[in-house]
Design a protein around this ligand. Structure first.
Ligand SMILES: O=C(O)CCC(=O)C(=O)O
Length: 251
């Protein structure tokens, strides 16, 4: 749960970094789970998920970001993470509803020295919803200082509402109008969780450090907030992570 000050900060800025939500030991165990999963997947297929627009933005072809969607289908510990009240309690606070529903999850490992960046964007164009209750929680499993390509935000940008995006190489904002350098880095430590609205403009830089940056992003919403277009379906979408589904209509 957030304090009144933390909640006020979230409403003003569109994000909040909650320190030490998991212990460093818990984070280390999840980190190992992520890296083992990436090894298993990479033995079968290419799991690089670098955005085409990220390649354009940094004019580089050799960066990588290892990725897995819907991690809870690969290891039980991720299922436990999804219903961890320490995370869902804060999610409920910022969503403004006691009920929290899963949209999707994604693991990102930014490898050392060449971890791909994300151009600035809102998540809204990827999966628009009527009431804009959608949030992300980025759970950090190792330290993410600036040089590791930590997440960056534009404080207060959620108040702009949906901003027009460019579609090429994944939805992103104009590089000229929204250069990554104009955003604010959110360095984090293992166990910290960054919560932000899907209207908050965010991105991240290249990992130029000698260690991987390892995170799981959990995208959540108020179950009473319907999508406005039929898109971005994911395995497990609709799972209730906290409270109930007040609509009680399930196929
Ligand atoms: O993990 C990051 O560096 C940013 C991820 C991101 O912006 C996204 O998935 O929308």
């Amino acid at each position: 749960m957030l304090t009144q000050e933390q909640l006020a900060f979230y409403h003003e800025n569109g994000y909040i970094l909650v320190k030490g939500l998991l212990s460093r030991e818990e984070a280390a165990a999840y980190r190992q789970e992520c890296h083992e999963l990436a090894d298993r997947l990479a033995a079968q297929r290419n799991i690089d998920a670098t955005w085409g627009s990220a390649r354009d933005a940094i004019m580089a072809t050799d960066t990588k970001i290892l990725h897995c969607h819907d991690v809870q289908f690969y290891a039980a510990s991720f299922s436990r993470l999804l219903v961890d009240e320490r995370i869902t309690g804060v999610a409920a606070d910022v969503i403004g509803s006691p009920n929290v529903q899963l949209h999707h999850t994604k693991m990102f490992i930014k490898p050392p020295e060449k971890g791909s960046p994300f151009p600035l964007h809102q998540d809204h164009p990827f999966f628009p919803h009527a009431n804009h209750s959608m949030i992300a929680a980025i759970v950090h499993f190792d330290d993410a200082p600036l040089e590791k390509g930590c997440v960056r935000v534009v404080p207060g940008s959620h108040k702009l509402g949906p901003v027009p995006h460019r579609p090429e190489g994944n939805w992103h904002l104009s590089f000229d109008e929204y250069p990554l350098e104009a955003s604010q880095p959110c360095p984090a430590e293992a166990g910290d969780v960054l919560f932000f609205s899907y209207l908050t403009i965010h991105g991240s830089g290249v990992n130029v450090s000698s260690e991987a940056r390892t995170t799981v992003l959990i995208q959540m919403r108020d179950p009473a907030d319907p999508p406005t277009i039929d898109t971005h379906k994911s395995r497990g979408q609709g799972m209730i992570l906290r409270g109930i589904d007040p609509l009680t209509i399930q196929q």
